[in-house]
Design a protein around this ligand. Structure first.
Ligand code: THU
Length: 134
């Protein structure tokens, strides 16, 4: 399928799903939207829990949705996080490893600075010398 989803659209999806985030304990809400190898978009948000370690990250949710839908690779993933307003929220270490599993050198990780701008990273930028089975 042709990739018709623009970075702007992916950022908008990340911002939109962030509104659903359950950041009840930290007050920090994160939304993630990813474009897969088939041109499909999958979204996720953080879901916290009274038993703190049981919370899950937005990227984790989006990746799980991709895998459940049959997607194989991440082309682009946009991440929007922050307390009140969106502020720069780079993926946590665990999510870098999870993204790495489905990323290649062309995968772009878009980290929103605010609603209108973002920085683009590669997985090599965020997780150099990573652990991979190959
Ligand atoms: N969080 C994410 O959803 N993604 C990240 O990459 C960083 C952190 C969430 C986890 C927790 O619910 C909240 O942000 C504060 O750490």
């Amino acid at each position: 399928m042709t990739n018709t989803t623009t970075d702007q659209q992916l950022a908008a999806r990340a911002l939109a799903v962030r509104k659903s985030a359950y950041g009840h304990y930290s007050g920090f809400k994160v939304g993630a939207a990813l474009l897969d190898d088939k041109g499909h978009v999958h979204v996720g948000c953080n879901v916290e829990n009274a038993a703190y370690p049981q919370g899950s990250c937005a990227e984790t949710g989006a990746i799980a949705a991709m895998v459940a839908a049959g997607g194989k690779r991440i082309r682009t993933i946009a991440v929007a996080g922050g307390r009140e307003q969106v502020s720069t929220c780079t993926p946590c270490g665990g999510c870098r490893q999870r993204i790495s599993e489905f990323a290649d050198t062309n995968t772009r990780i878009l980290v929103l600075n605010d609603a209108d701008s973002w920085q683009s990273f590669s997985i090599q930028d965020l997780l150099p010398a990573s652990f991979k089975l190959d």
